[in-house]
Design a protein around this ligand. Structure first.
Ligand SMILES: Cc1cc2nc3c(=O)[nH]c(=O)nc-3n(C[C@H](O)[C@H](O)[C@H](O)COP(=O)(O)OP(=O)(O)OC[C@H]3O[C@@H](n4cnc5c(N)ncnc54)[C@H](O)[C@@H]3O)c2cc1C
Length: 386
């Protein structure tokens, strides 16, 4: 049996940043994950890696601003190439009816201190010359960009190990409970004890907390991604999304185009594994080709699906949930950009109890939601998109 100050379960980007921030203060930390850092089918393994501060919920804007300041220094801090680039994020209106959505986003971002600019058709052509000429208006956040989520989680695990974090990877793990209190974790039969255990276990959190009688208003959903063959690099600098489409489109450093956009995948019945649906992939590709016409000259060469924890109100659950238990889960398809800020704030909250910015995400808000509303959310059929 080992005793540490804090156990972090889950070595995706949320658990990784949490463990790293705790360890940097000198705390004794254990990081536990049956799959290791960013193993399939975790969200951090599958993620599109978009760093988008624009268009966030008002409660997430302060976290997004902190994260936007942290991202540029992370490659040095973690001594790793995270494939970080800051080509901006461009959100498009293609019809007059969609223009108010852009105006609303610009107003909300300005109110939250997010630097998003109004760009007209000519400016859109300058920012992304190959994007469809039919775009009328856009919201452009030049500080946004992309990074590689898998590389980020793996770099965090390495940095944690260098700081002396005990990494327990590759074996089944569960919560250790005594007299209704969480006292640690079991990792591969090894008992770990700590006054605080953080569950950064994404879509797996619901099953882990069920023995405590906690019913979180969350559901697991597979999201699918597409990758094209290689194009010349530097054709598309920003990540592009559009008001009227479920689309996120970016070009990777390799030259390949990566296409996401909240398209659901098919559950396989094997744990939380999901598989891309061909019908969804066809619609997903067609939507991207409508925005970037050159895609019709390219081929789809790879597709995959990973599993994300979606919360009922689209906001994560962050905070104490039971004696000895702290939750950081439910990032609802947009947790990567804010993950450095979440990790720093969770560590601060655990050590000092002073992270006021996390108050809107308290797990206690679940108690204010009607049980039939929660049941309907969890049992909703898998449709095309989120
Ligand atoms: C396809 C896709 C595209 C996305 N695109 C974007 C994007 O462009 N921008 C953005 O900001 N966000 C995006 N997201 C969301 C973002 O990737 C996630 O919000 C984020 O990765 C969540 O990280 P996490 O650490 O909470 O969860 P995960 O990465 O899912 O990690 C949870 C970890 O818990 C581990 N675990 C499970 N059971 C146990 C156990 N018993 N004990 C210990 N560990 C356990 C798992 O093995 C896993 O490693 C996307 C998500 C998906 C799926």
């Amino acid at each position: 049996m080992s005793t540490v100050d804090c156990i972090v379960m889950g070595a995706g980007v949320i658990g990784g940043f949490t463990a790293w921030n705790l360890a940097r203060t000198g705390a004794r930390v254990a990081l536990v994950d049956p799959r290791g850092a960013a193993g399939a089918p975790s969200a951090s393994w599958a993620s599109a890696g978009g760093l988008r501060a624009q268009g966030r919920n008002a409660h997430e804007q302060p976290l997004s601003r902190i994260a936007a300041d942290l991202w540029p220094g992370l490659q040095d801090a973690l001594s790793a190439d995270l494939e970080l680039s800051q080509g901006g994020h461009l959100h498009l209106a293609e019809t007059e009816a969609e223009v108010p959505a852009i105006e609303n986003r610009l107003a909300a971002d300005a109110a939250g201190g997010i630097a998003t600019e109004r760009v007209d058709a000519a400016q859109i052509r300058d920012i992304a010359p190959e994007v469809t000429g039919s775009a009328l208006l856009g919201a452009f956040s030049p500080g946004d960009g992309q990074a590689h989520p898998g590389r980020t989680a793996q770099a965090l695990a390495r940095a944690c190990a260098e700081l002396g974090v005990a990494c327990h990877f590759g074996a089944p793990a569960s919560l250790l409970m005594e007299h209704g209190k969480v006292t640690g974790a079991l990792a591969g039969g090894h008992a770990l004890r700590a006054p605080q255990t953080v569950l950064a276990t994404g879509a797996w959190t619901a099953e882990l907390v069920a023995p405590l009688g906690l019913a979180l208003p969350m559901r697991a959903r597979g999201l699918q991604m597409l990758l094209s063959d290689l194009a010349l690099p530097d054709i598309l600098a920003p990540t592009v999304t559009a008001v009227g489409r479920n689309l996120s489109l970016k070009q990777l450093r390799s030259g390949a185009f990566m296409i996401g956009g909240r398209w659901f995948a098919r559950p396989t019945g094997r744990g939380l594994q999901t598989l891309p649906l061909d019908a969804h992939a066809a619609a997903q590709w067609a939507g991207a080709a409508a925005i970037l016409p050159r895609l019709s000259r390219h081929k789809l060469v790879h597709q995959w699906a990973g599993t994300e924890a979606q919360s009922i109100d689209g906001l994560p659950f962050i905070g104490r949930a039971a004696d000895g238990l702290y939750l950081a889960c439910g990032f609802s398809n947009h947790g990567f950009q804010i993950s450095p800020a979440v990790g720093a704030l969770v560590a601060e909250d655990i050590l000092t109890g002073t992270a006021a910015l996390l108050a809107p995400f308290t797990p206690e808000r679940a108690a204010r939601i009607a049980p039939d509303e929660i049941a309907a959310f969890r049992d909703a059929p898998i449709l095309a998109t989120a």
